[in-house]
Ligand binder design. Structure first.
Ligand code: SF4
Ligand code: MG
Length: 338
């Protein structure tokens, strides 16, 4: 199958007063139609920046972008703002953590969904309103015929999130980018929204990029996983491969810091010591080396000298100097003691 979205050696660098921030520094990945790619990493790892670049929503004046982003063989990085605007909403769409930021407080929910539909399809006002009601119903808003005339502030947080999903999907896009859409919600509502997204994906066949810092969410929704650290991909594989058999020390660290259902809540988690790297002045060699407990196992101090390459075979790979034997030895030890 041909990938529907192809990102090749993407670099997104911002100029700031203090210098160049290398927010994304050589990222490549593919996404197949109807599949979900989970992108996981700490804040500042480049997840959101990557996706703003795909959508063409980055600040063009202060951003230098290199590489290739092909959506159905169309190059997005060289597309005009007009072309991108046409694609946004229609072919690709997004939902964010903060529904209030994507919904205008000045217009009714229904009007906003209907206008999005009208703009991209040219449908009549009454057909667009009917479509808005249909979508609100589809995302589980009770009494959609009356709620369609509510303003965003009249909706609860969970309902606003549903309304944002309705707006994102109203034109039946092929790609949905979801950036931490459930982070601000309580656990019950979060689970409902995740179920809704999974149902809608089945129904509409939408490909999803799901951005999160939470491996639990990845376990719930992703087909494939891309782990980002310091603006680069450090590990890639199917969800099963990455969660059950991590190859990169950073992924291992994320996994051991993850609260799991069979852990009593009062057991302290195991956050990875240290903080994410500065992207203004990234660490030499492997960007994870200042925090990596295995850096001293690699001979010749290679970890701080040489950037480990990401070699992907059959969709699987990680960027680390450890040998397969070393991983086998050290990682299973850790799993055994957990
Ligand atoms: Fe750790 Fe070295 Fe592997 Fe980087 S390359 S993750 S520092 S062992
Ligand atoms: Mg983010």
């Amino acid at each position: 199958q041909q990938p529907f979205l192809s990102v090749r050696d993407l670099k997104v660098h911002f100029s700031t007063e203090d210098g160049i921030v290398k927010a994304v520094d050589g990222l490549s990945f593919d996404l197949l139609k109807g599949k979900t790619l989970g992108i996981v990493g700490e804040s500042g790892s480049g997840k959101s920046v990557t996706n703003l670049a795909i959508l063409g929503l980055h600040d063009r004046d202060r951003t230098a972008i290199e590489g290739e982003i092909l959506l159905d063989d169309k190059e997005l990085l060289t597309a005009s703002e007009k072309q991108l605007e046409k694609l946004r909403g229609n072919k690709m769409s997004m939902i964010f953590q903060d529904a209030l930021a994507s919904l205008s407080p000045y217009h009714t929910i229904g009007k906003q969904i209907a206008e999005t539909y009208r703009k991209h399809t040219g449908a009549s006002k009454s057909a667009s309103r009917a479509r808005a009601i249909e979508m609100l119903k589809r995302v589980g808003i009770p009494q959609p015929e009356t709620r369609v005339d509510d303003y965003p502030h009249q909706f609860s947080g969970g309902m606003r999130q549903r309304a944002m999903i309705a707006m994102a999907l109203v034109c039946d896009p092929e790609l949905l980018i979801a950036d931490e859409p459930t982070t601000a919600l309580d656990v019950t509502v979060q689970a409902q929204i995740m179920d809704l997204l999974k149902d809608l994906q089945k129904e509409f066949g939408t490909a999803i990029i799901f951005i999160t810092h939470d491996l639990g969410v990845i376990a719930d929704i992703a087909d494939d996983v891309l782990v980002m650290y310091g603006g680069r991909c450090v590990e890639r594989g199917t969800k099963r491969e990455v969660l059950k058999n991590p190859q990169h020390p950073y992924t291992l660290g994320l996994l051991s810091s993850m609260p799991s259902l069979d852990h009593p809540v009062d057991v302290p988690l195991n956050p990875i010591p240290g903080s994410p790297p500065s992207l203004l002045n990234p660490p030499s060699g492997c960007r994870f080396h200042p925090r990596c407990t295995f850096a001293d196992k690699v001979e010749g101090g290679l970890c701080s000298k040489e950037q480990p390459l990401l070699e992907i075979t059959d969709g699987r790979g990680s960027a680390c100097h450890l040998t397969a034997d070393q991983r086998g030895e050290y990682f299973s030890d850790l799993a055994g003691s957990a």
